[in-house]
Write a protein that binds this ligand. Structure first.
Ligand code: FAD
Length: 288
């Protein structure tokens, strides 16, 4: 099994997937079928999100990352947020990750949840990375980045400066927030390289297959929508099959363009939907 940074070498483009754990009251079994099908698509790794509350009790991230690593024999990264956790709580998760043989952590601050009282130990993802690096483990560490700037950043320049702090703290690989305009990503990568950020940067691609999904996503992350994207939504929003096929085609076109520009990697937000992931992989497999 690999540290994620070691997957990036030569001209090779990495393909990775992201999944989320089933809801707290749902059975863990529901993820087996999803993983079985995603495994057949041979991604370089699958990452598993961490519940926004930061509560250890509610989180099944370690359990699912362990399945990916130990049952499906795939590289994995466990997401880990810190803003709602104490050092002691983070210690418990780190030890569980280590015990399960999980080598990689996507270290995140996490969103500020209005109803959840914040703990004081970690303010930024870079604090979590410094904390993990100071421990007696050997995790590969990744971080998040934002082609259009993090919503709380006053501008993209200060956001890239803060990203540099995250990399200097020990992030060896970055995964981007979703975007629908590739030029935003290319401009961001240029800025990051000028700022001296030289770790691999994966492009986060979310296939949008229904209107409700995009409304939620855009309100959460503020991604801008190019005219050709909104026209597509307007034209097909009342025809679910057409909307799904158009969303798959749009994501495919984004990936083809990213590959032509020599992107380090493509991280597909699968939304636990192996059918959509398969359709996209069928379209692009020979290009990797
Ligand atoms: P940070 O890197 O801490 O950045 C947050 C803000 O603080 C930014 O505005 C930044 O410019 C600023 N900043 C950063 N460092 C410093 C510093 N040292 N000094 C001053 N300012 C600083 N959320 C979840 O709850 N669970 C998940 O599993 C999850 N997975 C994600 C995966 C990806 C690929 C991405 C892009 C996001 C994910 N998120 C997840 C969402 C993420 O938690 C939020 O976007 C959160 O608001 C910021 O997290 P971060 O790690 O990027 O924060």
């Amino acid at each position: 099994m690999n540290k994620l940074k070691d997957l990036f070498h030569g001209d090779r483009t990495v393909l990775s997937f992201e999944i989320f754990p089933p809801k707290h009251d749902g059975s863990i079994e529901t993820i087996y079928d999803t993983l079985e099908q995603l495994h057949d698509l041979k991604p370089d790794f699958i990452s598993v999100t961490y519940g926004a509350s930061g509560s250890i009790a509610d989180n099944r991230t370690v359990e699912i990352a362990s399945l990916i690593r130990n049952k499906y024999d795939l590289n994995t990264a466990a997401h880990l947020t810190c803003v709602n956790s104490s050092r002691e709580e983070i210690d418990i998760v780190l030890e569980r990750l280590h015990q399960n043989g999980i080598e990689n952590i996507l270290a995140l601050r996490g969103d500020i949840v209005p109803d959840v009282p914040r703990k004081k130990d970690f303010a930024h993802a870079s604090d979590l990375i410094t904390y993990i690096k100071g421990k007696d483990y050997d995790f590969g560490i990744s971080g998040a980045c934002y082609p259009e700037g993090h919503p709380q950043s006053p501008d993209t320049v200060s956001d890239v400066r803060n990203l540099k702090k995250k990399v200097d703290a020990g992030a060896e690989h970055l995964i981007s927030q979703l975007f629908f305009d590739n030029q935003m990503f290319y401009d961001f990568v240029d800025k990051a390289r000028i700022a001296g950020i030289d770790v691999p940067i994966e492009a986060g691609i979310m296939p949008v297959v229904n209107k409700k999904q995009i409304e939620r996503m855009v309100s959460l992350c503020g991604a801008s929508l190019p005219a050709k994207f909104t026209k597509m939504m307007q034209r097909y929003e009342s025809r679910p099959d057409a909307m799904r096929d158009a969303g798959i085609a749009y994501a495919t076109n984004q990936i083809v363009d990213l590959l032509a520009h020599g992107v380090d990697g493509v991280h597909l937000y699968t939304m636990n939907n192996p059918y959509i992931a398969r359709r996209i992989c069928d379209n692009i497999r020979s290009l990797f």
